[in-house]
Design a protein around this ligand. Structure first.
Ligand SMILES: Nc1ncnc2c1ncn2[C@@H]1O[C@H](COP(=O)(O)OP(=O)(O)O)[C@@H](O)[C@H]1O
Ligand SMILES: [Mg+2]
Length: 327
């Protein structure tokens, strides 16, 4: 078993998820590189929403909040999404309008509203990351600014997700965001009923906030459709052959099934090679138990076993060699 089917014929959206330290970033980076090299005429973007990203470290190249072309490979780009920066942009664009709706619609104390609108909404950083990707997918992301700049779009988006807890939040996000939107909508209608008593300026602010609600609604709908579309999306689980790895995989498979996110591939990383000293053979015997458990527990998943490497996996050269192990 290998990742060949996935990397030879990659969908639009590939996600790599699992608990911290199992090799998500390495797998995402090596897979993106393998895809770019197998499909040199395609545009491939690998990105991360991890608040503590290590994609730049993995490629050995500086990355930022916008796609950067990787040197040494054609048409491969990478980006570390900075949720704080995205939230700041969002605040600048809509912050005051939403704050106004909250204040005038609810008659809350200013301090209460501020708290509500501290934008400390669970999952907001992830939705900002996904919104950014949706903008790329829909050709709305410009070369730096909205007007004039040429639109950038990619054939393949490879997401190196934040550790499991965050990932699950991200996947549940459309639901979370829907609740938030409904709440704002209710306030907005309440406000609308009174709007005649207010000035034109306030009405314009309501219109502006409406734009925001509409925009977010569209994003939620598209994210949901995207995440559930087996023709466009595939979530690859990365784990290790240990008890915690099996338990974590069980939870993740259940969650993905409930959320109807297509998941067919499981990578079992850091497996000790068979041919080593007796100490390592003993380690491998332990892992064999869990390899079997993973095979038995998830017969429907196409499982790829990746051996522990003697060296770290960093830089284009090593990622390229490493990617061959996925094939
Ligand atoms: N099969 C492997 N053999 C040796 N080192 C590995 C292997 N897979 C990953 N690594 C190394 O382990 C560390 C953690 O991997 P990483 O991909 O950053 O994990 P995650 O993104 O899941 O936290 C990195 O230094 C990486 O180079
Ligand atoms: Mg990582």
């Amino acid at each position: 078993m290998s990742l060949t089917p996935l990397l030879s014929n990659p969908p639009e959206f590939l996600l790599f998820g699992g608990k911290g330290g199992v090799g998500k970033t390495t797998m995402a980076a090596a897979s993106a590189l393998a895809i770019a090299e197998r499909h040199p005429d395609h545009q491939t973007l690998v990105f991360t929403t991890d608040p503590a990203p290590s994609l730049a470290d993995s490629f050995g190249q500086a990355l930022g909040n916008e796609p950067v072309a990787l040197t040494g490979v054609a048409n491969l780009f990478a980006m570390e999404i900075d949720a704080k920066q995205e939230i700041a942009k969002f605040r600048a664009q809509y912050g005051e309008d939403i704050l106004n709706i909250l204040q005038e619609g609810t008659y809350l104390e200013d301090s209460e509203t501020e708290e509500l609108f501290a934008l400390d909404i669970p999952g907001l950083d992830e939705v900002m990351g996904l919104k950014k990707i949706m903008d790329f997918m829909e050709g709305k992301a410009g070369g730096g600014n909205a007007e004039g700049g040429k639109t950038v779009s990619f054939d393949h988006y490879i997401l190196d997700t934040a550790p499991t807890g965050h990932t699950l939040r991200l996947l549940a996000l459309p639901e979370l965001l829907d609740t938030w939107i409904q709440f704002l909508s209710r306030l907005r209608w309440k406000y609308h009923a009174m709007v005649n008593q207010f000035s034109r300026g306030k009405e314009r602010r309501v219109e502006h906030a409406d734009e925001f609600l509409l925009d977010m609604k569209k994003t939620v709908k598209r994210v949901r459709e995207l995440l559930r579309d087996p023709k466009r999306t595939s979530f690859t689980i990365v784990t290790i052959a240990e008890a915690m790895g099996v338990a974590e995989t069980r939870d993740l498979v259940q969650e993905l099934t409930e959320l109807q996110v297509p998941h067919e591939h499981l990578i079992v990383n850091n497996v000790v090679p068979v041919d080593v000293s007796s100490f390592l053979q003993a380690r491998r015997a332990v892992q064999d138990r869990y390899l079997k458990e993973l095979r038995d527990a998830f017969p429907k998943l196409n499982q790829t076993v990746v051996e522990l490497q003697a060296d770290e996996v960093r830089g284009i050269e090593q990622l390229r060699a490493f990617g061959k192990k996925l094939l």
